[in-house]
Write a protein that binds this ligand. Structure first.
Ligand SMILES: [Ca+2]
Length: 153
């Protein structure tokens, strides 16, 4: 089994366990390890700021995507149509200067949807989502929208 397949299987098990735990009323959140990061998909929709504070309360932050391997893993983990997921990118501190909330480092690797010239929202759209549109891509959206969230620790 390839590494990615193993991860997908592991994540599927994790999703099943998480769903069961929600059904029975427990919120045992399951972090999924990938290299030196742990990721957690929270299947509840909220604003970007709420998402960041939920991640913080769980000992983490909204996810940083450092490279294409990270992105591939996140795809496998969250790529269930029609998921749209908050990531930790924002340009709320300075328009057009995208940083990761983890460390306020500039976003270097990116996965913007080039077909629609993302990021395209200007000062109205300052937070980063990962969404499904003929494949999955990044887009800047209004931080007050409500989406599921991907935490990292
Ligand atoms: Ca912006």
């Amino acid at each position: 089994m390839t590494c990615v397949t193993t991860m997908v299987v592991y994540w599927t098990i994790a999703v099943c366990l998480f769903n069961i735990s929600v059904i029975v009323g427990h919120y045992d959140l399951i972090w999924v390890k990938y290299r030196n990061k742990d990721f957690l998909l929270v299947n509840q929709q909220m604003t970007w700021m709420e998402a960041q504070s939920v991640c913080y309360s769980l000992g983490g932050f909204l996810a940083t995507v450092s490279n294409s391997d990270d992105m591939r893993f996140i795809k496998a983990m969250t790529g269930v149509y029609p998921n749209t997921v908050w990531l930790g990118g924002t340009d709320m501190f300075a328009e057009g200067r995208w940083v990761w909330i983890e460390n306020l480092e500039p976003i270097s690797y990116n996965y913007w949807h080039m077909g629609s010239h993302e990021p395209s929202g200007g000062s109205a759209d300052n937070c980063l989502i990962w969404y499904n549109h003929n494949g999955y891509f990044w887009q800047d959206v209004n931080c007050k929208n409500n989406y599921k969230i991907l935490c990292q620790r």
